[in-house]
Structure formats: structure tokens, C-alpha cells
Design a protein around this ligand. Structure first.
Ligand code: SF4
Length: 229
């Protein structure tokens, strides 16, 4: 007789239930919206402090210029690259960050995002974090969505939901939250991918600065009274 395994870890059980409830409500999110792993990395760098529509325009410009590879991007002059990424805002800074990223990928990994799929994860993450302007959220987005590595992107949406559900303290930092999620979830990049995207979806639709718990798919998991924001 087949036996369905129930996780012994109660936190894991809860997190997986949240995932099921979110998936049932919002469906698969199909993240990251990009045509190639290198484009994921470019989008992750460009999206810092800006709206996605601007990123899409900048990425379209880079595509037209055939600059969505490490070699193609590195071959552009600084002024040309700045012009192309201008729609994403703070374009001088972002152009510089993209050039550093492309130079690193070329020098350390043969310019191939596929090389990131098998490199030792801790060292790879350290290398990314050492690049100018690449913080934990950007590095982890590149690793998860661009290289399929089991790293959770523990962003502000995830923190808000999990803190309101008393799974983590409200003051939990990025690394605390990432380690918490990675410790309590199966190390499956597809699960991390979908759950992160779904937490963003519920964060935008219900779990805003002022939460809209009525009608939220996670309402049944709340412990105690609904938060006020
Ligand atoms: S809106 Fe309320 S029920 Fe929904 S995730 Fe936020 S705290 Fe939980």
C-alpha cells in the first residue's frame, strides 16, 4: 500500500501548506521572465530600485544591440551601454555593474552562465557578492533563476508574510530568513523558484503594508489576531 509521507518538521509542514495554498490561488508564476540565463542576471542587476517596465525596455535595447551575452556586453563602449540601459534608471551605475558582472563571468567562468550550474555554491555566492553593487538579493536571484541553484531569494515580501505568520521575528535579516527557509524546505530550486514568486504575488495582492487578510489564501494559517500592519 502506498503511504504518503508527512514531513516531521512542523515548520516545513506549514511552509509546504502555504505553498500549496498560494499555488492553488495564484497558479504557477513562470518566473523569471527572461529568454536566457544571462538575461536573468542582467534583469536582476537592472531591477534594483526601479520598476520592471523600465528593465524590460533596457533589456529590449540590449537584445537589439546583440549584447545579451557576456562577450557582447563587454564589447560595448561605456557610453553606448549607458544609453541602452537608460530606461532602467541610474544608468551610469547600472552600466558599470553590468560591465563588472560580464567581466567576472568571462574571466572566471568562460562567459558561460551554464558554468555556474556546477560550481561550488558557497564560493560562487561569495564571488558574486564581491562584485560591485551585487547584494544578497541580486546574487541569489542570479543563482536561483539564472543558474538553477537551491538558494532562496529571501526578499522583503517573504519577510513580511513569514513575520506576520510568526514564523520568523519581524527584525529577521536577509541572511537569517534565507537560512531559515533553506533549513526548513527541501533543497529543490523549482520549489524555491515558485514559492518565492508566489510570496511576491501574495505580497502585492494582500500582504501589503496594510494587510488585507480577508480573502487572502493564507488567512487560515494565521496564528492569533490578524496583523494591523
Ligand atoms: S494578508 Fe494576512 S493572511 Fe495574507 S499573508 Fe498577509 S498576514 Fe497572512
Amino acid at each position: 500500500m502506498g503511504v504518503l509521507k508527512t514531513p516531521r518538521d512542523p515548520v516545513k509542514r506549514r511552509l509546504l501548506r502555504l505553498h500549496v495554498a498560494l499555488l492553488a490561488r495564484f497558479g504557477p508564476q513562470g518566473w523569471w521572465p527572461a529568454r536566457s540565463p544571462f538575461e536573468v542576471a542582467v534583469g536582476a542587476i537592472l531591477t534594483q530600485h526601479t520598476a520592471w517596465t523600465g528593465v524590460e525596455r533596457a533589456v529590449a535595447n540590449l537584445r537589439s544591440a546583440r549584447a545579451l551575452t557576456a562577450a557582447g556586453l563587454a564589447a560595448l563602449s561605456a557610453p553606448r551601454l549607458q544609453r541602452l540601459v537608460r530606461p532602467a534608471g541610474t544608468y551610469r551605475l547600472k552600466a558599470r555593474r553590468l560591465r563588472h558582472f560580464a567581466a567576472w563571468l568571462l574571466a572566471s567562468h568562460g562567459g558561460r552562465m551554464a558554468a555556474l550550474e556546477g560550481a561550488p555554491l558557497a564560493g560562487l555566492r561569495r564571488e558574486l557578492l564581491a562584485l560591485p553593487g551585487i547584494g544578497p538579493e541580486t546574487a541569489d536571484s542570479i543563482l536561483l533563476y539564472g543558474a538553477g541553484r537551491p538558494v532562496f531569494v529571501a526578499d522583503a515580501y517573504s519577510r513580511r508574510v513569514l513575520a506576520r505568520h510568526r514564523l520568523v521575528p519581524p527584525e529577521a535579516g536577509y541572511e537569517d530568513l534565507r537560512r531559515f527557509l533553506e533549513a526548513h524546505l527541501p533543497g529543490d530550486p523549482r520549489l524555491f523558484n515558485e514559492l518565492h514568486a508566489l510570496l511576491v504575488a501574495v505580497g502585492k495582492s494582500h500582504c501589503r503594508a496594510r494587510p488585507r487578510c480577508d480573502g487572502c489564501p493564507l488567512r487560515g494559517d494565521l496564528r492569533g489576531r490578524p496583523p494591523r500592519g
